[in-house]
Design a protein around this ligand. Structure first.
Ligand SMILES: [Zn+2]
Ligand SMILES: [Zn+2]
Length: 304
């Protein structure tokens, strides 16, 4: 039942809307603050689950970022320490972690435009949350420029197309996501209706996976982009990586990097192949569902 509620239509949207409304209150009383805390905590639960990036996209699509930035001006660290901590974590940690996914970055690009248009995210308006906001903003801008570079390299249009194959409309401001599976985006109700016979089966399967908390297969282009970012990060840190390996007595030809995408900024630790057991499989329990997991296997490619 609870799972059904979580994956029901626009669940994240319905959580974000009250946050949006309360964020405009001057000054809010205690009740909305407790309710906001509850909303943020539930949104966090979605982020922590398998397919967290899908929840992040939906939350951002619903205006979570602008709502949160509006709230910054009255969230006082001393007066509302709990809410302050939650918002700080949302910006500098929870949302920032998902800036490795193309789907999230596409929505973030639109959100940043809105933030500028509304005059939010300035040092003055962000107040004590300025530091947390800057962690997110700086990383988002860097990743967006990497996405553009990756896009140019692969010759792929990063503009989001309507998911109906015959439709060539490229208006990422107007595209609306399928609320069943949080996957495809359509330019109009008509395109969604025409695509339904083809999408129906996949939609049902994806929705079931969301309900069961199963991780959906990662998009090949997402994997390609994550590798692109990781290679750049490795190149940037290569002198330090080699120095660490030398100090640890790991021969250069057998270096394995343990890369952790689940923290911001991501960490790189020099290890030996023998430091790693067999990778955990789905169903073993205790898997890490955070963005991209801890993927040492992919790093053999990155070091090529
Ligand atoms: Zn269309
Ligand atoms: Zn769908």
């Amino acid at each position: 039942m609870i799972k059904s509620v979580y994956t029901s239509r626009s669940f994240i949207t319905s959580l974000t809307s009250p946050v949006l409304q309360w964020c405009n209150a001057h000054p809010p009383n205690a009740r909305p603050i407790n309710a906001m805390l509850l909303c943020y905590r539930n949104i966090f639960k979605g982020f922590h689950s398998a397919n967290g990036s899908a929840w992040a996209v939906q939350a951002l699509d619903s205006g979570l970022l602008t709502a949160t930035l509006r709230a910054c001006k009255w969230i006082d660290a001393a007066e509302h320490p709990e809410l302050f901590g939650v918002v700080e974590k949302l910006l500098s940690d929870m949302l920032s972690k998902y800036l490795i996914f193309r789907s999230v970055l596409r929505v973030v690009r639109r959100c940043l435009r809105q933030v500028t248009k509304l005059g939010l995210g300035t040092k003055e308006s962000a107040g004590a949350l300025w530091g947390a906001w800057r962690v997110f903003q700086v990383l988002a801008e860097e990743r967006l420029s990497l996405l553009d570079a990756w896009d140019r390299k692969g010759g792929r249009s990063e503009r989001q197309l309507c998911s109906r194959l015959q439709c060539t409309r490229q208006d990422d401001e107007a595209l609306k996501r399928c609320s069943g599976c949080l996957g495809p985006t359509y330019c109009s109700k008509e395109c969604q209706r025409l695509s339904w016979p083809l999408h129906k089966r996949g939609c049902r399967e994806s929705r079931q996976m969301l309900l069961d908390g199963l991780e959906m297969p990662r998009d090949k282009l997402d994997v390609s982009f994550i590798r692109f970012i990781t290679k750049l990060e490795i190149n940037r840190r290569l002198p330090k990586i080699l120095r660490d390996a030398l100090q640890a007595g790991v021969p250069r030809s057998t270096i394995v990097l343990d890369i952790n995408h689940t923290v911001v900024p991501m960490t790189f630790t020099v290890k030996r192949v023998s430091d790693f057991g067999p990778p955990r499989r789905s169903g073993d329990g205790g898997e890490d569902h955070s963005p991209a997991g801890r993927g040492w296997r992919g790093m053999a490619d990155a070091l090529d």
